[in-house]
Design a protein around this ligand. Structure first.
Ligand SMILES: N[C@@H](CCC(=O)N[C@@H](CS)C(=O)NCC(=O)O)C(=O)O
Length: 111
């Protein structure tokens, strides 16, 4: 009897597609290079699993500061957006995290 052909192995994708996961919202932060509040906010976002942070450097492109003020009504950096939600500055981000609202927002469940 001839040797049986090996059975095909099931394909194992390198990264299985999560079935029930909402797409992650974009995280954007108006910032400058040296502002300690920006550094703190960035550290917290990275700590909470953000891997893609779009930093809008208002110190490099001053016109973007005007855009930030127009969009947020605020003059200080950082100003943080998660998806379509304007979170506010560093203190607002820390407070949102303390109340347990940051993780769901980053997970795309925050409205
Ligand atoms: N409470 C604010 C403070 C932010 C802040 O004072 N940022 C400074 C830079 S580190 C700033 O933008 N200063 C410019 C200004 O006050 O016009 C926050 O937590 O984001």
């Amino acid at each position: 009897m001839p040797a049986a052909a090996p059975l095909p192995q099931p394909r194992t994708p390198a990264e299985p597609m999560p079935m029930n996961e909402a797409p992650k919202p974009a995280v954007r932060m108006y910032a400058t290079a040296t502002c300690p509040y920006c550094i703190r906010a960035k550290a917290l976002l990275l700590e909470r699993g953000v891997t893609q942070l779009d930093e809008i450097r208002v110190d490099l492109q001053p016109a973007l500061r005007a855009q930030m003020i127009e969009r947020t009504g605020r003059r200080t950096v950082p100003q943080i957006f998660i998806g379509g939600v304007h979170v506010g500055g560093c203190d607002d981000l820390v407070e949102l995290d303390r109340r347990g609202g940051l993780a769901p927002l980053l997970a795309g469940d925050g409205g």
